[in-house]
Design a protein around this ligand. Structure first.
Ligand code: ZN
Ligand code: ZN
Ligand code: ZN
Length: 138
């Protein structure tokens, strides 16, 4: 049966990086002539997930892998502010129950800083022990 009228509606978003349109949702509507002379409408609603697999509104594009993720999965590095998807960010739970995100670079940088701080503390404690020993012999 040939439809009398076909309507197709898209909801798109403009990609800020490539400038291309990306379909978020589409609506298909067919108007058919029924057997008894009635005009029947048939509509279909399609939703397309973000690259993260969620059906939530798009949050942004990750600069590391270029994937589009939803508002829940999308975030920024807490240190350099780089936009990241969930897969490219390393979440760290802070002692105050806050969860922050870091990009790989800032994460390894903070790890280095941590190691450095530990090494400094170790050197300092060794130094003070020596000082203490000297004091004892006086
Ligand atoms: Zn998501
Ligand atoms: Zn990514
Ligand atoms: Zn960063």
């Amino acid at each position: 049966m040939r439809p009398l009228r076909r309507k197709r509606q898209y909801e798109v978003t403009q990609d800020p990086v490539s400038g291309q349109e990306r379909v978020l949702e589409s609506n298909d509507e067919d108007h058919l002539l029924g057997d008894e002379g009635s005009v029947d409408s048939l509509s279909k609603h399609n939703r397309y997930p973000s690259d993260c697999g969620c059906f939530k509104p798009v949050g942004g594009r990750c600069v590391q892998c270029g994937q589009l993720s939803c508002v829940d999965c999308f975030g920024h590095c807490n240190s350099c502010g780089k936009p990241l998807c969930l897969e490219c960010s390393i979440s760290i739970d802070l002692p105050n129950k806050q969860r922050i995100r870091l990009c790989e670079r800032c994460y390894s940088k903070s790890k280095r800083r941590e190691r450095l701080a530990k090494a400094t503390r170790f050197l300092l404690s060794a130094f003070f022990e020596v000082e203490g020993a000297h004091d004892g012999t006086k």
